[in-house]
Design a protein. Structure first.
Length: 81
């Protein structure tokens, strides 16, 4: 499994690209979202994005890389690598 800081960056990127993709149907965004989903799944040993996100968040929580509200602490994740 990937380092928790790497997972944190992937979870953050997934959220960002998902939001951008919701209002924009351009091919590069669709491809980037597919790439991030694939990387999350491979990095967590799962087969779908929901399981990958849950697994990544569990790993991040165990490493202390989430805030009290359960969101990724991006600054801490970036500093860890």
């Amino acid at each position: 499994m990937a380092h928790p800081a790497v997972l944190a960056r992937l979870v953050e990127e997934y959220g960002t690209v998902s939001q951008l993709r919701a209002g924009d149907r351009r091919e590069p965004l669709r491809q980037r979202l597919e790439d991030v989903v694939y990387t999350l799944c491979v990095s967590t040993g799962t087969r779908d994005v929901d399981a990958a996100l849950a697994s990544a968040r569990e790993r991040m929580a165990a490493a202390g890389l989430v805030d009290a509200d359960g969101t990724a602490a991006a600054a801490a994740a970036a500093a860890a690598v």
